[in-house]
Design a protein around this ligand. Structure first.
Ligand code: DGL
Length: 282
């Protein structure tokens, strides 16, 4: 069984791509609605919540947990992989992965294991926009990791601190639209109106309002689909680690859990994913 974790509903954008790609696999999704949004929380809290939720997923039978959350990946993944997992009862048999590495690989066309520039570089002078939460942006993972592999790429980051929370609170379309517009305008202000070549919606909630980003970003700017690049990379990973996949069934199971109110969460989830199964209490 594969666990997918997010602070809230954003990880469903990743889960959906995975479920479509790996029809035979069993998935369990855990959303930490008791603490969403994570984006402005102290790093220590994000590490602790992410650890507790990963542990919960392992206890439910997941052997592999994917953090379907940029904030948790940027702030907590390395600590959990290096400090917690090796001393936990799951050391050696279980693993935790994040979504920054596949996104950087896709943005740089360079494998994660390669941490120096490879020449010639296809996209070596692009400007890449990154929209994210406060913690993701201040962690600097995207500019750092892209910069190591493609030093001539310019990465321009923009904090959209209220957007994930507003999506979770089911705020009206006009309010979400105004937040997206303000974020895009601020980013274009930083690039002095020169359109970025590509954009990373570096918070898994943001693809839920991708049409709004599309409306305000210049037509020239290509939006990188994080759910798709994560699914591509996961396919690669699972080909190398097939034991995490199901055992030859035609259809896998899908279990959705929340630390919040399952009825409220299910209702909101259906806005973005109409035939999503109902959430249960974690
Ligand atoms: N969906 C998450 C991310 O990818 C976090 C949003 C939040 O909880 O602030 O960053």
């Amino acid at each position: 069984m594969i666990g997918v974790f997010d602070s809230g509903l954003g990880g469903l954008t990743v889960l959906r791509a995975l479920v479509e790609r790996f029809k035979a696999a069993d998935f369990v999704y855990l959303a930490d609605h008791a603490h969403v949004p994570y984006g402005d929380r102290p790093s220590e809290d994000i590490v602790e919540y992410t650890r507790a939720c990963s542990e919960d997923l392992f206890e439910r039978g997941a052997k592999l947990v994917l953090l379907g959350c940029n904030t948790a990946t940027a702030v907590a993944l390395r600590r959990l992989q290096q400090e917690w997992l090796p001393t936990s009862p799951w050391a050696g048999s279980h693993n935790i992965l994040g979504i920054v590495a596949p996104t950087v690989e896709a943005a740089t066309q360079t494998p994660w294991a390669v941490t120096a520039p490879q020449y010639p570089q296809k996209y070596n002078t692009d400007t890449i926009a990154v929209f994210g939460t406060t913690r993701t942006v201040t962690a600097g993972v995207y500019p750092d990791e892209i910069g190591k592999r493609c030093p001539k790429v310019t990465v321009v980051q923009q904090i959209c601190s209220e957007l994930a929370g507003a999506i979770e609170l089911k705020r009206p379309e006009q309010e979400l639209d105004a937040l997206v517009r303000a974020g895009v305008d601020a980013l274009l202000g930083q690039t002095r109106q020169v359109p970025p070549h590509r954009a990373i919606l570096g918070c898994t909630h943001f693809p839920l309002v991708e049409h709004m980003f599309r409306k305000y970003l210049p037509p020239f700017t290509r939006i990188l689909s994080q759910p798709e690049v994560v699914a591509d990379s996961f396919e690669d990973y699972l080909a190398r680690h097939p034991s995490y996949l199901g055992n030859g069934k035609e259809r896998g199971t899908l279990t959705l859990l929340t630390t919040g109110d399952p009825a409220e969460v299910s209702e909101l989830a259906r806005v973005f994913w109409p035939d999503v199964p109902p959430f249960a209490k974690a």
